[in-house]
Design a protein around this ligand. Structure first.
Ligand SMILES: *[C@@H]1O[C@H](CO)[C@@H](O)[C@H](O)[C@H]1NC(C)=O
Ligand SMILES: *[C@@H]1O[C@H](CO)[C@@H](O)[C@H](O)[C@H]1NC(C)=O
Ligand SMILES: *[C@@H]1O[C@H](CO)[C@@H](O)[C@H](O)[C@H]1NC(C)=O
Length: 279
């Protein structure tokens, strides 16, 4: 009897172990998925469905009606995510969020005759972090990304994906697109910021960009080393109606410079929230 009950106990322990193993395996995805995207309200929906060049999918499904984002295995619906602009006077969004990009790049400055730096633009890659919303890592992504980027010996924005993956900030970075500056397409003078997903997440969609106009600009609540938080609205393009640059890290130039000195490039990271748009 003793041996028998001992065997039962062993069997029970083994079963519990096996179940626990399955439970843990199922409960610990690297990137928890949110519910599939809704079929297509304006400004959100099947933004990556059928898009080529988004890398191999890690999702396997046998459903005859797969979620619209199954192409990538990574893009999650962010339409109900809330933009946290607390500590600032930035306006609340008028549209639902459609993309959240971790921006990693450089701010460029030139030294003016008055001995202070003025901005000459920026260049950044935006990485999809939509599936990390609600996870503990989300709130500090811009800081962990900045630490990795700032300590990298490379200053080339083309290396940012490798920097993030080797530092373990994002295991498999998915590039949404690029942020850079162009001549204002309406007035033909001055620089306008552009967010361009036509070469990455939305390759093949010629309208998947937005050139925006700055509406609001406030000091970063995190301190003077971090570039301002911004609110912009669409000027041309249909990628978004609004763009927020928040949660900035770095990017500010030194307070003064010697007139005539060379242009400088300062590393920064930030979170870019795009709302509305037609993708
Ligand atoms: C910023 O400077 C870097 C490095 O010199 C350069 O590659 C990049 O094109 C510049 N971007 C802008 C917007 O001037
Ligand atoms: C960025 O790295 C430089 C060294 O390259 C260091 O001096 C600086 O303090 C770092 N910035 C931050 C904010 O950590
Ligand atoms: C911004 O996008 C909306 C469509 O959502 C459009 O009606 C409006 O004209 C655009 N703004 C500009 C300045 O083109």
């Amino acid at each position: 009897m003793f041996t028998l009950s001992k065997s039962f106990a062993l069997l029970a322990a083994l079963l519990i172990h096996v179940q626990l193993h399955f439970y843990l395996a199922g409960a610990a995805p690297t990137q928890a998925r949110q519910p599939p995207r809704p079929s297509s309200p304006s400004g959100s929906g099947s933004q990556f469905a059928g898009v080529p060049g988004r890398g191999s999918t890690t999702t396997t499904t046998t459903s005859s009606n797969p979620p619209t984002d199954v192409t990538t295995g990574t893009a999650c619906d962010v339409s109900t995510a809330s933009i946290d602009t607390s500590g600032t006077t930035l306006p609340a969004p008028s549209f639902a969020p459609s993309f959240i990009g971790l921006g990693v790049g450089t701010q460029n400055y030139t030294c003016g005759s008055a001995g202070t730096y003025t901005s000459t633009g920026a260049l950044a890659d935006l990485f999809d972090v939509s599936c990390l919303v609600g996870q503990s890592s989300f709130a500090t992504l811009q800081s962990t990304a900045f630490a990795a980027w700032n300590s990298s010996t490379s200053t080339s924005v083309s290396s940012t994906s490798d920097v993030l993956s080797s530092a373990g900030v994002l295991s498999s970075p998915i590039t949404l697109g690029q942020h850079y500056f162009i001549t204002n397409p309406v007035t033909g003078s001055g620089l306008s910021p552009k967010w361009d997903f036509t070469s990455n997440a939305l390759a093949g969609n010629a309208d998947a960009f937005v050139v925006a106009t700055k509406v609001d600009d406030v000091a970063a609540p995190t301190g003077s080393a971090d570039v301002d938080w911004l609110y912009l609205t669409n000027l041309t393009g249909t990628l978004a109606n609004e763009v927020y640059r928040i949660d900035t890290q770095g990017g500010q130039p030194p307070a003064s410079c010697t007139a005539g000195s060379a242009d400088i490039t300062v590393k920064y990271t930030s979170m870019y929230w795009l709302t509305g748009g037609s993708f």
